[in-house]
Structures are given as C-alpha cells and as structure tokens.
Design a protein around this ligand. Structure first.
Ligand code: AHM
Ligand code: MG
Length: 331
C-alpha cells in the first residue's frame, strides 16, 4: 500500500505551533538549505565507491587532521546550500579556520555553526557518519559579523540537529520544544516525520567511551567507568558500545539510553570534541529529549566558548547516569 499521508520536514516546520520562531517561513527556508546539504552529502557517501570519493584529499585542516575527499564535498554542500537560502548572516565550519562571511546581497538573520561530516575517519570502512548543525540568532546590528555572533553559550541557540548517514538517512531536530526525527524517503526525495517527540530513558545500561585512552583518564572518569562496568554501583554491569562516530553514538544513546563520554584527560585536558558544532548542538538535543549533558561540573549548554574551535569534555545521555558521573567529579 502507498502511504499518501506523509508529514514532510517542510510541512512540519510551517505548522502554527512553531510560530514562536521569529519567522517560520524564513526558518523553513533555511532548513530547506540544510536538508538539501544533507541529501547531497548522503548521496555522495552512498556513491563514494563508484565516484572515487573515498580516501584522503591530500591536505590537512585547521585541527591538523587529514582531510578526506568527502569532508570537502560535505563542507562545500553546506556552504553553498546555506548561502543560497539568503537566510544566513555568517557561518562556522569545523573545516575552516575563521568565521565564514556571506556576501551582503545574500545575507540573512541566522548564524549557523556546523560540522559537515563528523566521524569521517570511519568513512572508508562504510561505518555510519553524520553532519551536525546549530542555528543561532545574529547579534550584530550592522552588516559586519564579529566574534560576539558566535562565541556564546549553547542556551542561546534557536535550533540544533544532526543528520545520520546510517542504514537509513535521518535528520533529527529540536527547535527547543522536543526532539523530532525525520527519515529520508528516497522514493519521494523528502525527509518524512518518523520519530515524533523522542525521549531518552532516565537510566540506561550502556556506556560509550574510547577505552583506549583509559591510561590517560583522570580519577573521576576511571572510577565512574569502573563502577558501572563492575556492577559495584548496585546495578548489573553496563554493556560497552563505541562506534567512534559521535552522531551514531549519541543517536544510539538517545534511543537506547545510557551515557556517551569524551572526557578531558592528561593527554588532552579539554577532550577532543568541539563546542560550537559538536558539543553544544548535541547537548541541546539530549536536554530536549529529557536527558543531561555536562562537562563533569556544569551543563554544557552554560559554557561560553572563548574561541570558535574550542574543545570541551562532554558526558551526555540518560539523566540519572550523567548525574552519577557528576557525583564522581564532585568527590
Ligand atoms: P571528526 O570531527 O574529525 O570526525 O572527529 C570527531 C569524532 C567524533 O565523531 C567521535 O566521537 C570522535 O571523533 C572519536 O574520537 P576517537 O577516535 O579519539 O575516539
Ligand atoms: Mg567532528
């Protein structure tokens, strides 16, 4: 049977209940650019084996990481699709050193921070990767952007989301009033609402961390992980799951519960994950799903970044699990 009663991302965004956004039409237009970039990226990943798109591009980025060919494709797709909506004031991309300007004749009201292709070290092994984005109101009142448009706490976001390029392509989104998941239906070329009002369990039984770094962990992380895997917490030992692709690990945490961690350690005191386009948007989603996200001491959404590529430790997931983790940091 053919379902003709689909709720697409666009029809959902134009619903009356979203009128608290400054302008639903402008916002829906902006989101159509993001959805297009995600579809282009999804398609490029699926076609990579045929189009010689796996492997390295032969350059390094601002973080001194080897850039993959697909990192460049995704970054270009996001920048071009976002600019063409004429709704964007300026952007920050994981792949670029400085704030990305938008020509004045294309300029709009929104600031976007994004990681065009997160977890790209997994690409050549055909493991799920994702894109992450955060949408903020602009602050500058004239046509010139400045640091104050982007160096701000996550609580100031309008919206955040991610695309997961897995066995299906999904777009998960919050506008600050719950979390909604849309699955790309290739037969009609649309993101269709499939997961309404996603909620995370208050307690899970899965932990997700790169255990290969355990020799560098600080005491609180080591003691907490030991408590959940040994059963000394009074609950059955937790299972371990770690994909090494933040969108996939957080998506599983959202659906199954538990805790995802990328802590600071003696090798990398601020961890690995960047605030503006990894930690903050996924923290907003997890909080909106009823979970918690913390740097060990404070909610990640209260952090005020000092630089656009700042890294922060992060522990996110089921609220009771994150609260337990925080209690080890308070000791
Ligand atoms: P990337 O943005 O360069 O792909 O790096 C971020 C990724 C995250 O998706 C993932 O959580 C993390 O790196 C995994 O790092 P590690 O390999 O150190 O465990
Ligand atoms: Mg990333």
């Amino acid at each position: 049977m053919c379902d003709t009663n689909l709720i697409t991302l666009n029809t959902w965004l134009l619903r009356e209940e979203h009128s608290k956004l400054i302008n639903r039409v402008e916002f829906a237009n902006l989101m159509s650019g993001i959805a297009l970039a995600c579809k282009i990226t999804s398609n490029a990943i699926k076609r990579a084996g045929f189009e010689q798109l796996f492997g390295l591009a032969g350059v390094t980025n601002v973080h001194s990481e080897d850039v993959k060919k697909l990192d460049i494709v995704a970054n270009d797709a996001f920048k071009t699709a976002l600019k063409s909506t004429r709704e964007v004031f300026c952007m920050v991309s994981e792949e670029e050193e400085s704030i990305i300007p938008v020509p004045e004749h294309q300029s709009g009201q929104f600031v976007i921070t994004f990681d065009p292709l997160d977890g790209s070290s997994n690409l050549d092994a055909n493991v799920s990767v994702g894109s992450i984005f955060a949408i903020w109101p602009k602050v500058s009142t004239d046509s010139n952007f400045s640091d104050k448009d982007v160096l701000r706490p996550g609580r100031q976001m309008y919206a955040a989301g991610y695309a997961l390029y897995g066995s299906a392509t999904m777009l998960v989104l919050t506008l600050g009033n719950g979390v909604f998941g849309f699955t790309l239906d290739y037969t009609v070329g649309e993101f269709v609402l499939t997961h309404a009002d996603m909620k995370i369990k208050p307690r899970g039984s899965i932990y997700s961390i790169n255990e290969g770094n355990s020799v560098f962990w600080e005491k609180a992380t080591a003691e907490y992980v030991n408590s959940i895997k040994s059963g000394s917490s009074g609950r059955a030992p937790y299972s371990s799951r770690y994909i090494g692709s933040m969108v996939s690990d957080v998506h599983r945490t959202l659906l199954y519960g538990g805790i995802f961690m990328y802590p600071g350690d003696t090798k990398s005191p601020n961890g690995k994950l960047r605030y503006l386009y990894e930690v903050a948007p996924l923290s907003f989603i997890v909080e909106q799903a009823g979970g918690k996200s913390s740097d060990g001491k404070q909610p990640c959404l209260d952090i005020v970044p000092k630089t656009i590529h700042q890294r922060n430790p992060v522990f996110m997931g089921s609220s009771h699990d994150v609260t337990d983790l925080e209690s080890f940091h308070k000791k």
